[in-house]
Design a protein around this ligand. Structure first.
Ligand SMILES: *Cc1c(COP(=O)(O)O)cnc(C)c1O
Length: 358
């Protein structure tokens, strides 16, 4: 069985040696030494000043909205994982969708301007597949209308843009270190911001809003453990090798797929990408479904990532149409891409896909 992704696990001995440090300390959570060491190494690797390692990539979105005081309308993308939308709803804010660009899969800055009302307070955009949002245009709009900008960078670990980490934009950026992501801590996430006061606020949020007997604000439990940090410390030194390996496999897909019928990602979007995903676009949903059937017959399981378009979900009240996102989400498929995927498997997958008749 070949899945869309496969979690990379370090040799067990390496992980247990890392865990031994926590055992020897008798300290397993609450900002322990492994968590602190991982944060330091992540900041160095990503070139960031302020980063907090947290429980997952969803709670960091919720804390971002809370820390920026957002309570009303948030303009967001309909083409993302449902966690992006859920964070807005969970915080009691109102999502307003702005459609995506047909080539970039990311929110269309022009559509953001059209969606602004007197209740708009923030923009929450996703760097889908690690492809950069139009961060300059988005910042210009935010400055003009005094809006906060949050980036869901769940896919953006190891991606760079304009010479710095893609996680270094907006008022706040977040990341996910879930086991399906390119760099993972089994469960985990991070929150990144520039402003030190904002950072301190989120630091307090992460641990119930207090340090010992000193109470600062409301808070939540968004901490992560030494056992999770240990995984991250084992994997971080390997990450560049994994990105290189995935790039090689993505290039192989590029060369073998029949591009007369299948739209692959424009090369400029993949400059400085982490190759977390390999999305392809078919001409119609019916072709996509035939391709999925064909692959499943051969025990290969790609994923409709992301389907449906979030504006079409039943629990969303405001359902303004987003034709580009709706069309793309019906036709896009993430093909298997992971470190241990064999070149022969990529060839096999491509020949199966190329053999499907309209
Ligand atoms: C994975 C993902 C999340 C959620 O991250 P978790 O760590 O699983 O909570 C949020 N947004 C996007 C775009 C994701 O892909």
């Amino acid at each position: 069985m070949i899945n869309v992704t496969q979690t990379y696990l370090p040799p067990f001995e390496e992980y247990s040696a890392m865990l031994k440090r926590a055992w020897d300390n008798g300290w397993v959570t609450n900002n322990g030494i492994l968590v602190q060491e991982l944060e330091t190494k992540l900041k160095t690797f990503l070139g960031l000043d302020n980063l907090l390692f947290c429980a997952n990539g969803t709670i960091v979105l919720q804390m971002a909205l809370k820390a920026l005081g957002i309570t009303r309308e948030v303009i967001t993308t309909p083409f993302s994982y449902v966690a992006t939308l859920n964070a807005i709803l969970w915080e009691g804010c109102t999502p307003v969708f702005a459609d995506i660009g047909p080539d970039t899969f990311c929110i269309d800055a022009e559509k953001i301007e059209e969606a602004i009302t007197e209740n708009t307070e923030a923009i929450l955009a996703t760097h889908v597949y690690g492809f950069p949002c139009d961060v300059d245009a988005i910042q210009r709009i935010a400055d003009k209308h005094q809006l906060k900008v949050i980036y869901d960078g769940a896919h953006a670990f190891g991606c760079s843009y304009k010479g710095k980490s893609l996680l270094d934009f907006g008022d706040i950026s977040t990341c996910s270190f879930h086991a399906t992501k390119i760099f993972h801590t089994v469960e985990g996430g991070a929150i990144i911001c520039h402003d030190k006061a904002l950072f301190d606020k989120i630091f307090h949020y992460r641990q119930f809003g207090h340090i010992y007997d000193e109470y600062f604000s409301i808070g939540i439990n968004a901490k992560n453990s030494e056992l999770h940090a240990a995984m991250g410390l084992c994997l971080l030194p390997l990450i560049q090798g994994h990105i290189d390996r995935r790039k090689m496999l993505a290039d192989l897909y590029d060369s073998l797929l029949n591009k007369n019928r299948i739209k692959i990602t424009d090369a400029y979007l993949r400059e400085n990408n982490n190759y977390g995903y390999y999305p392809v676009l078919f001409e119609s949903e019916s072709v996509l479904l035939k391709v999925m059937d064909k692959l499943r017959e051969h025990d290969i399981s790609p994923r409709r990532y992301f389907y449906p378009s979030l504006n079409e979900l039943p629990h969303v009240n405001q359902q303004s149409p987003c034709p580009v996102s709706e069309s793309i989400s019906r036709r896009v498929l993430a093909l298997p891409l992971f470190n241990n995927l064999a070149e022969a498997d990529v060839s096999h997958i491509c020949s199966l896909i190329n053999s499907v008749q309209d």
